[in-house]
Design a protein around this ligand. Structure first.
Ligand code: NDP
Length: 340
């Protein structure tokens, strides 16, 4: 049982136009609620900060509803049960759920899932074993369908999704080329993850570097960023190339619609498939994906990196840092200590 009665929560105060700043958010003090029958009280241990949350700050229709003003922002959270009025959970259990950006949450026991802290550190359930790992897994394998010997290019390559995409493509025997925003990230892709080539889009001419890195053309382009990086891909597509469109972070803070070269001609000429997706499309198959990701992790075939920001008070900065490329691997906020 905890004795804390007041906690901090982060609310969306104003809808941002362009890049959000701290003025769009507010830290508010709210009571720590008590769980009713069938509910648990959780202490927030880790918060996942993700690029898609930017879209939820706009008042526009999407695959997921916008955040409401003056209410807590929410995302993937790892919590530790500190009080249980549920037969399904005991004090000390670790769970994952979509929960508010606050220090404690009450959750109905059927809205969160128990995680196994013995399989991997609990934060891994927000990264390689969680939403971003599953996004990489299903987007690449279900839409990209890489074959041995093919060339797979991934943008946002050193991030949470991209780093797993590249490694799965290597497991499938493909040649993998990553595009990322710094020399440190390029070195990580080459030296740690075994990518075949990597390009720093901030210092290199991506079009000519790609031509050199992909002498046999591109069979799969896993799209994480959109914009000018994406524009360089289309002229290099091979026949029957596949383009899973996972994200377009370069445009998330645009206040005007994104424009660029037309892609239809390239897709027609090469009979290529370009398909958007959200990981939620695969929810009925999450068990299958999580199992295979976990076995690759345990076999040492998958590595993962996390950029952990310490302290609840730094959650907004950790979110905004995503748009500055500050993270290597998954960006996570550590809110409280846990021994797992
Ligand atoms: P990342 O861990 O990749 O973090 C974001 C990265 O994007 C930054 O580190 C930065 O790396 C890069 N970036 C930021 N701004 C730009 C820019 N203007 N141009 C190019 N790159 C930029 O995030 P995730 O792995 O969580 O997400 C990757 C993408 O996948 C996002 O677009 C996200 O929205 C999408 N996504 C989609 C899902 C789906 O279901 N469809 C689910 C999860 C994520 P760098 O230093 O290389 O610039």
């Amino acid at each position: 049982m905890i004795t804390i009665t007041i906690q901090k929560q982060i609310q969306l105060k104003k809808r941002p136009t362009g890049v959000p700043t701290s003025e769009h958010f507010e830290f508010v003090e709210v009571p720590v609620e008590s769980p009713a029958k069938g509910e648990i009280l959780l202490q927030t241990i880790y918060i996942s900060v993700d690029p898609y949350l930017r879209g939820r700050m706009n008042d526009t229709k999407s695959y997921i509803p916008p955040f409401k003003l003056n209410e807590a922002i929410s995302s993937g959270v790892i919590g530790k049960v500190v009080e249980s009025k549920s037969d399904l959970f005991e004090v000390g259990d670790f769970v994952i759920g979509s929960l508010g950006w606050q220090q404690f949450s009450v959750a109905k026991d059927n809205t969160v899932r128990k995680i196994d802290p013995n399989l991997a550190p609990v934060s891994a359930y927000l990264s390689v074993l969680g939403m971003t790992g599953l996004t990489a897994y299903f987007g690449l394998l279900d839409i990209g369908k890489p074959k041995a010997g093919e060339t797979v290019v991934v943008s946002g390559a050193a991030g949470a999704v991209g780093s797993i995409v590249g490694q799965i493509a290597k497991i499938k025997g493909a040649r993998v080329v990553g595009i990322a925003g710094s020399d440190e990230k390029v070195r990580y892709l080459l030296d740690e993850l075994g990518f075949d080539a990597a390009i720093n889009y901030n210092t290199q001419d991506v079009g000519s570097a790609l031509k050199e890195a992909c002498p046999d053309g591109i069979d799969v382009y896993f799209e994480n960023v959109g914009g000018e990086i994406s524009d360089t891909i289309f002229p290099l597509l091979n026949n029957f190339a596949r383009i899973p469109v996972c994200g377009a972070i370069s445009a998330y803070n645009n206040s005007e619609p994104d424009v660029g070269p037309r892609v239809q001609g390239y897709l027609i000429k090469t009979s290529s498939l370009m398909q958007g997706f959200t990981v939620g499309n695969y929810s009925s198959r999450f068990g299958e994906g999580a199992k295979e990701l976990a076995s690759w992790l345990l076999e040492g075939k998958l590595k993962y990196e996390e950029t952990v920001t310490e302290g609840f008070e730094n959650t907004i900065d950790a979110f905004l840092d995503l748009f500055k490329g500050a993270n290597l691997g998954k960006a996570i906020v550590k809110v409280a200590d846990s021994d797992k």
